[in-house]
Write a protein of this length. Structure first.
Length: 105
């Protein structure tokens, strides 16, 4: 396989099929040294997920959660969502600097 004068490369049909690329699908290129990797273009939500997974804190939480799962420490999903919601509320309060109180009239 070689490049054209314009630098274009045609990916053989068998390779596209094995990789799961469909006609008209958008792709991105990742370059490392002299290696080019062709990957499907991510939609905004997937792109955000990829950025978050690179965050060391999120990677640590994922590792810890996986270890808990392997150890058999599981909990109902409702408990997980309640914990995450409470954690998110605490973060929102810290960011805004506001306190939530009750006003007696």
């Amino acid at each position: 396989m070689s490049t054209t004068l314009k630098g274009q490369i045609t990916i053989p049909e068998g390779v596209r099929r094995k990789a799961g690329f469909k006609p008209g699908e958008q792709v991105d290129f990742k370059v490392s040294n002299r290696r080019i990797t062709v990957v499907p273009k991510l939609i905004p939500g997937e792109l955000e997920d990829e950025r978050e997974i690179r965050d060391p804190k999120i990677r640590k939480a994922l590792r810890e959660g996986y270890q808990e799962f392997l150890a058999g420490n599981t909990r109902p999903i409702e408990d997980f969502f309640a914990e995450r919601a409470a954690h998110g509320l605490k973060r929102a309060r810290r960011r805004s600097g506001a306190t939530i109180g009750v006003r007696v009239i």
